[in-house]
Write a protein that binds this ligand. Structure first.
Ligand code: SAM
Length: 204
């Protein structure tokens, strides 16, 4: 891992993923997590304040980047939740089949290199009836914006830790075998349009 990825990128991502608009999305999705929870791409732990401690028994924080885990350490120490680090990628979740009640996926499906495999792994570890809670940016439906997303993506991706602008999270989730129960898809206000189209909801 390069110096940029290990020491600079975690701070840039931590900052970009904490805008008021994104924090609002987190507040609409994360509090529904319950039981044994697995968060994929835990990042700097920005979701921690949105979990309901009365509903979460155990939180597996899966995060392959050492730099991100280091950045999250203080928030993890300060949290009252029972948190266990998993230092592996989402394509290789080290948990048993049907062993978690909720998977939380926020602003990470854009980045996971093999997101299709990772989503199948999420499905594998979820108990029957368990929920995938998600909030992700992705492809915009308007061709004028989508065109810019396709143009910017090759420059953006290496700067933003592998983040894609053109993925379709709802389609990816359904292709992995989930059934989407609830979905809101719209532009976040006051955000750069190329990264503002947000898909949030739950799937079983
Ligand atoms: C844009 S950040 C989002 C972090 C956090 N989920 C949030 O909502 O703020 C994307 C995260 O995905 C992580 N990531 C990258 N590759 C991954 C993979 N293969 N599996 C799981 N997470 C991965 C990155 O290290 C980074 O922490």
């Amino acid at each position: 891992m390069s110096f940029y990825e290990n020491h600079i990128l975690p701070h840039l991502i931590g900052f970009a993923c904490a805008s008021p608009q994104i924090m609002k999305q987190r507040s609409l999705v994360v509090p529904a997590a319950e039981g044994r929870v697995l968060e994929i791409g835990f990042g700097s732990g920005t979701n921690l304040g949105f979990y309901d401690p009365g509903k979460v028994d155990h939180l597996f924080a899966l995060e392959p980047s050492e730099g991100m885990r280091r950045k999250a350490a203080r928030a993890v120490d300060a949290s009252s939740l029972d948190i266990e680090w998993l230092g592996l990628p989402g394509e290789d979740i080290p948990l048993d089949d049907h062993s978690v009640d909720t998977v939380v996926l926020t602003y990470t499906a854009c980045t996971i290199p093999d997101a299709a495999t990772a989503l199948k792994q999420m499905r594998r570890v979820l108990k029957p009836g368990g929920k995938l809670l998600f909030s992700e940016h992705g492809a915009a439906p308007d061709e004028a914006v989508a065109k810019w997303q396709r143009r910017i993506e090759p420059i953006w991706k290496p700067m933003a830790g592998g983040c894609h602008l053109t993925r379709k999270p709802d389609q990816m989730i359904e292709e992995a075998g989930f059934k989407i129960e609830h979905l809101t898809a719209d532009y976040l206000p006051k955000s750069p349009k190329f990264a503002a189209f947000n898909y949030a909801g739950s799937a079983v």
